[in-house]
Design a protein around this ligand. Structure first.
Ligand SMILES: [Zn+2]
Length: 164
């Protein structure tokens, strides 16, 4: 099985059996005991591997977060688990979009805590189907679903397209 680094969300919501063999950083235990003291015994009994990332990985994670502009929105634990994933070349388990984005940038596998969430980050662009003119992104979901209006140049329909 692939190595997995868990964020605190996964630590809280996954069943013990699922936690066995997963990686976490020691400061998550402190965070967890503060927020969910009743979880402590359960977490203690799981066969988790508690380690800190090495300095090199922490530096890579830090540089990356500065480069993407995500640093301001990260906690020290977020940065730590990202660095540990880089360190171990493991899958990062998180529902945090910033962390998912950073994992993606670092070339790491990642997955959501719940099995339901989306697996990939999609980007969208609004384009005319005929002349391909690009339009600014809609800021809100469209009331009429797929009706994004018409192209001001050629009058054809506009379509929202997924890009990777
Ligand atoms: Zn057009």
């Amino acid at each position: 099985m692939a190595k997995e680094v868990l964020d605190t969300g996964a630590l809280i919501s996954w069943p013990i059996i699922r936690l066995n063999g997963c990686y976490v950083i020691p400061s998550q235990k402190m965070e967890l005991c503060k927020i969910y003291p009743e979880k402590e015994i359960e977490i203690e009994s799981a066969r988790l591997i508690w380690i800190d990332p090495d300095k090199r990985s922490l530096k890579i994670a830090t540089d990356l977060a500065i480069e993407t502009g995500d640093m301001a929105g990260l906690s020290e634990i977020d940065l730590g688990i990202l660095a540990l994933s880089i360190n171990l070349k493991s899958t990062l388990v998180t529902d945090d979009y910033r962390l998912q984005n950073l994992a993606e940038k670092a070339g790491l596998e990642w997955k959501t805590v719940s099995t339901k969430g989306i697996k990939e980050i999609w980007k969208w662009e609004l384009r005319c189907v005929a002349c391909k003119k690009m339009y600014p992104q809609p800021e809100k979901p469209n009331q009429k679903k797929s009706d994004w209006g018409e192209c001001e140049d050629c009058g054809s329909k506009l379509k929202l397209k997924k890009i990777r």
